[in-house]
Design a protein around this ligand. Structure first.
Ligand SMILES: NC(=O)c1ccc[n+]([C@@H]2O[C@H](COP(=O)([O-])OP(=O)(O)OC[C@H]3O[C@@H](n4cnc5c(N)ncnc54)[C@H](O)[C@@H]3O)[C@@H](O)[C@H]2O)c1
Ligand SMILES: O=C(O)C(=O)C[C@@H](O)[C@H](O)[C@H](O)COP(=O)(O)O
Ligand SMILES: [Zn+2]
Length: 361
């Protein structure tokens, strides 16, 4: 097996490596032993991923002398909530996990966010490893330390910033992803291209055409995210907020649809098309650039129209719970051109309603 690709996330004493390669999960034990030197851990996974990969990870930990408990939650966005976090933590307590233990989050973004959050609060915090198994989680959610859960009021409203100790992105695990779940991960890749790396559109197209190097595309995305997180770990200066391109409207659409109805990447695709339309109107984005984003979204069979019956009013109501909403104003990520994103405070409710209405056609 060739050496994995590697991206360092440089955050002082919270620095870590993201390793990207084939077959990495079988080496989880040796990586964990070297990193933590701890003897007890919990694997948190979901009901789809656990049966496929938990045994390989458990065996590898066992061979490294690490005792493992497996906690499995129901697959899907509905598990990303406080009651499941409490249940996971209580199973960990009953299994005898202590402050010298660590956690392994094995699954997509739901598991990464949920289990990362559990690790960050369990006995006031234990270290964790992310093993992302979806395209979305390999290029985005496993990196950067945003952990948390949804509430009925909206997405990711409860959570912490807590960096993992290591990310093992095993590209082989993507072979078992259903087509829809594979495709939605490209929404975040298209987002990275739109805000930071317009040349990446070509590499994405190549992978869509069955050519191109998926592991290298993942590496390129992790590097984009890592550099942004290094600049603004806690989203205070505005740089990290750029990663929210498409999310202000997208998160509200995701919640309006009912968690799990639209996958995160699908909702964000709709949000990016609306944000690109607003950018054409307000910040000079050439319509051809909006077309490039929308065409690639359609190339992956992600939606470009709102689900029937979803109203602008409902979407707006959810938007008012967004973390970027304060003092009656929303900070909105727009593009001046592909690769040149910025945060605007000048987007009005009327602008937003019009952009949402544009998603009907
Ligand atoms: N923390 C962050 O920075 C960040 C970034 C982006 C998204 N997110 C969050 O990530 C979540 C979405 O993540 P997701 O799209 O990975 O969803 P997910 O975790 O629900 O995974 C999608 C589906 O694929 C299944 N699955 C996962 N890996 C599989 C595999 N290898 N083989 C077969 N089936 C597999 C899962 O069981 C699930 O049914 C959302 O909650 C979103 O808010 C967080
Ligand atoms: O890591 C980030 O920062 C992001 O914004 C990445 C997003 O793709 C992701 O969906 C994130 O969970 C959004 O975070 P939120 O704090 O805006 O809910
Ligand atoms: Zn996202």
């Amino acid at each position: 097996m060739s050496e994995p690709l590697s991206v360092r996330v440089d955050l002082g004493d919270r620095s870590y490596d993201v390793l990207i390669g084939y077959g990495l999960i079988a080496d989880t034990g040796s990586y964990a032993k070297e990193l933590f030197g701890r003897k007890k851990c919990v694997i948190v996974t979901d009901s789809n991923v656990g049966p496929l990969y938990a045994e390989t990870v458990r065996q590898s930990l066992w061979e490294a002398g690490i005792a493992t408990t497996v906690v499995t939650v129901n697959a899907g966005e509905n598990s990303k909530c406080m009651s499941v976090v409490e249940d996971v933590c209580r199973q960990m307590l009953r299994a005898g996990l202590d402050r010298k233990s660590f956690l392994v989050a094995l699954g997509g973004g739901v598991i990464g966010d949920l289990a990362g959050f559990a690790a960050s609060i369990f006995l006031r915090g234990i270290p964790f490893i992310q093993i992302p198994t979806t395209v979305l989680s390999q290029v985005d959610s496993s990196v950067g330390g945003k952990t948390g859960v949804n509430t009925p009021e909206g997405k990711n409203l409860l959570g912490t910033f807590c960096q993992p100790g290591l990310v093992l992105a095993d590209v082989s695990t993507l072979n078992s992803l259903p087509q829809r779940e594979y495709a939605e991960g490209f929404a975040e890749i298209i987002k990275h291209a739109a805000i930071r790396d317009p040349l990446m559109f070509e590499a994405i197209q190549q992978v869509a055409d069955g050519e191109g190097d998926l592991a290298d595309l993942i590496r390129r995305n992790v590097a984009i995210k890592a550099r942004i997180v290094e600049e603004d770990e806690h989203e205070t200066t505005g740089t990290r907020a750029l990663l929210n391109f498409g999310h202000t409207i997208g998160h509200a659409i995701e919640a309006s649809a009912g968690y799990g109805e639209l996958l995160h990447g699908e909702a964000i695709s709709l949000g990016m098309i609306a944000a690109a339309s607003l950018s054409c109107q307000l910040s000079g984005l050439p319509p051809v650039a909006r077309g490039k984003i929308a065409n690639l979204i359609k190339r992956f069979n992600m939606p470009s129209r709102l689900p029937d019956g979803m109203t602008a009013d409902t979407i707006l109501a959810y938007m008012k719970h967004d973390k970027k909403f304060s003092d009656g104003k929303i900070r909105f990520v727009l593009l001046r051109s592909l690769g040149d994103a910025f945060v605007s405070k000048d987007v009005t409710e009327e602008n937003i309603v019009n952009a949402i209405k544009g998603l009907r056609y």
